[in-house]
Design a protein around this ligand. Structure first.
Ligand code: NAP
Length: 450
């Protein structure tokens, strides 16, 4: 048996990629070294650019993930885009195995007329903006938020709840976050008075979690408004609530909201269930949205009622889920928007592709909490290690360095530590732990110690 070290590249430094590196370097049966490659100059993926900045405890998982990146056998290779700077085919030649963990960065579409009008934005874009993602659509989001007074958020998952909460919070409730200063300034100055949170099914079917939901009812500047009729359970929902503790707890929170009297706060969060979008109105900008009442039939399937109504609004946020896209010439299932696989082994026409693996959202779809990715990555690594003997006998692999053009700035952990120090210093100047640097050129300068 060869004693050669297995050389593994992981594409994407979010939780799934780092958990895969953790699983690979926590075992001793197969000697392994890992390069975690990211197109951004900084690591952590959705932990940095997805988890809401006011969710401090969830974001603190960064510390645990960083310890994995600091291991001897793990190298962070930032600012390298696979499919642009280096092809996936070349990357696969340079390593014994490649694990795709690049997530699901795009938004799912609503499929209603008016979806592309100015004033209709994807939650993914709004989240990118408030998290300080270098590719955020700053001009578009800032123009819309500066003039909006009524926002309609479509979808009742945790991302929708995050977006509503961030838009509804008072400046004092977000001051301590690491959001870029221009984000905090704009959120402090916006004129949004009404935010609708719209679910096409009922409170018993919503995908948000209770802890996150409850926070909406605890805001200093915003009150929650729920119609009593919306919390009367239909027979299907009543059965769900009997058997599903999450659904029961969510319904309990929303029921309590429906009994609250108005406190006259500056902002109102209107929670509407059994309501789906039909059309976004406007000629050159969103001016309203046509919504239709829905119901569940005896089998629990969603049915339309034909009863429509219009809400005047100037901002629509589509929060109906993330969507994965293909990477270079990797196999991709456009219907499920995932890389087809069996237990993490990538399949092409149903046949495993030697040395190519997948984990996280791009493996199973955009669902679950951060911890879900640990188990998911472990399954993929188990498949990879089971295949290791077929790879260990081969030639020594050179890794990515020789594939990059001369002068290409790569960011390793020392570069990240410089960025980290710069962000902490910027935060300290304003009395908070960190201020996220949003500008890619500035991130690269910080990484280079400039
Ligand atoms: P999600 O939980 O799948 O929610 C998507 C929402 O969009 C659902 O309410 C869905 O309704 C609705 N929807 C889909 N298509 C629609 C359409 N055509 N018209 C109207 N509504 C539509 O996704 P997410 O909120 O983007 O979250 C992604 C994952 O990240 C989830 O696993 C979430 O829990 C996780 N996350 C967790 C946290 C946290 O733990 N704090 C924070 C953020 C995100 P149906 O159910 O009827 O399809």
């Amino acid at each position: 048996m060869s004693t050669k070290e297995l050389r593994v590249a992981i594409v994407g430094s979010g939780p799934s990629g780092i958990y895969a590196a953790d699983a690979l370097t926590s075992q001793e049966a197969v000697p392994v070294s890992v390069d975690i490659i990211d197109r951004l100059p900084v690591p952590f993926g959705l932990v940095r650019y997805g988890v809401a900045p006011d969710h401090f405890s969830i974001r603190s998982v960064r510390g645990t993930l960083e310890k994995v990146l600091d291991r001897d056998k793990v190298r962070f290779v930032g600012n390298v885009a696979i499919g642009e700077d280096v092809s996936l085919a070349d990357l696969r030649d340079a390593y014994d195995a490649v694990i795709l963990t690049y997530g699901a960065a795009r938004d799912r579409r609503l499929g209603v007329p008016g979806e592309d009008l100015p004033g209709s934005v994807a939650a993914t874009d709004l989240v990118n903006w408030y998290c300080g993602h270098p590719d955020a659509l700053r001009d578009e989001i800032e123009t819309e938020l500066a003039s909006a007074t009524t926002a309609v958020v479509i979808g009742v998952g945790n991302v929708a709840v995050d977006v509503v909460r961030v838009l509804a919070k008072a400046p004092t409730e977000i001051d301590a976050t690491d959001m870029p200063q221009h984000v905090l300034d704009l959120l402090a100055a916006d004129n949004i008075t009404d935010i609708y949170l719209v679910g096409r099914r009922g409170p018993a079917q919503a995908t948000f979690t209770t802890k996150e939901l409850r926070e909406l009812g605890e805001l200093s500047d915003a009150e929650v408004i729920v119609a009593a009729a919306d919390v009367e359970l239909d027979p299907v929902s009543a059965v769900t609530v009997e058997s599903d503790r999450l659904a029961a707890r969510n319904v309990e929170v929303i029921r309590e909201w429906s009994t609250r009297a108005s406190e006259g706060k500056r902002r109102r969060i209107h929670v509407r269930f059994f309501t789906k979008p039909v059309e976004i109105l406007g000629s050159d900008h969103v001016s309203g949205i046509v919504l239709e009442r829905t119901a569940l039939d005896a089998s629990g399937a969603l049915v339309s009622t034909g009863e429509t109504f219009t809400v005047d609004c100037d901002l629509v946020v589509r929060s109906v889920g993330y969507r994965g896209v293909g990477l270079d010439d990797s196999p991709f299932d456009p219907d499920r928007a995932v890389v087809p696989n069996t237990a993490g082994r990538v399949l092409d026409g149903g046949v495993p592709v030697a040395g190519l693996y997948v984990a996280g959202w791009i493996k199973r779809g955009p669902s679950g909490i951060i911890g879900t990715n640990k188990k998911d990555a472990a399954e993929t690594v188990q498949s990879l290690l089971a295949d290791a003997q077929t790879m260990l006998g081969g030639v020594d692999r050179p890794g990515i360095d020789g594939l990059l053009s001369a002068g290409h700035q790569v960011v390793h952990m020392d570069g990240w530590r410089s960025v980290d120090a710069g962000e902490r210093a910027a935060g300290a100047a304003r009395g908070r732990e960190r201020t996220t640097e949003h500008d890619r050129a500035r991130l690269l300068d910080l990484a280079a110690g400039r």
